[in-house]
Write a protein of this length. Structure first.
Length: 201
């Protein structure tokens, strides 16, 4: 087994909200992303936002957030970075592209992918991130735009328990039902099962 850089000693995520936490980041301010990110304006460590449409960041900057022009710029300061983009290809680019999170992310940073991607993509990217001491979790959401606006989404998290625990204080700002589903990929599988049960019921 290969150890990640200083994995045993490196704090995970942004820290406790009561103990001078680091900023959190949000990439992708679309119909679901924007209302989730709005709840994160309450995070005491600050919020860094990024979207390919510069105008999408303006309302957040007006309320105290910092705008970044690229994913690697978000990762220079944020220690938990939520990603809500279109599909697997965009997630790969945001995480490991030329201006991706991994270009600048410090060890202990957590990348939470809220986009619904394949479980195999989540597992593959988590392995790539682990080589840099970065944690990637799949954390798809359920509850629609109304749930996002009310801060009452369900989020199903696939990843190590200690990473889930480090993220939970942030997730509870916008999720009424955070659930630890199991290892990386399990969040996506739980989301798909939930959708199937809803469809056939």
């Amino acid at each position: 087994m290969t150890d990640t850089p200083d994995s045993a000693a490196t704090p995970i995520g942004p820290g406790s909200p009561d103990a001078d936490p680091a900023p959190v980041g949000f990439i992708g301010l679309g119909n679901m992303g924007a209302p989730i990110a709005r709840q994160l304006l309450a995070w005491p460590g600050g919020l860094v936002v990024c979207d390919i449409r510069a105008e999408a960041t303006e309302p957040f900057v007006a309320e105290g957030a910092t705008a970044a022009s690229s994913a690697d710029e978000v990762a220079r300061t944020a220690r938990l970075i939520s990603v809500t983009v279109l599909d697997d290809a965009q997630v790969r680019d945001v995480v490991d592209g030329p201006q991706g999170i991994l270009r600048t992310a410090a060890p202990g940073t957590v990348i939470a992918v809220h986009s619904t991607i394949s479980d195999s993509t989540a597992v593959e990217l988590a392995e790539v991130c682990a080589a840099s001491g970065v944690h990637l979790i799949d954390a798809p959401v359920s509850g629609g735009a109304q749930g996002a606006q009310q801060g009452e989404l369900a989020v199903m998290v696939g990843g190590p328990r200690e990473v889930y625990d480090a993220c939970k204080p942030v997730f509870t700002l916008w999720a009424g039902m955070p659930v630890h589903a199991g290892e990386v990929g399990a969040g996506t599988r739980m989301k798909l099962a939930r959708n199937l049960l809803h469809f056939i019921s």
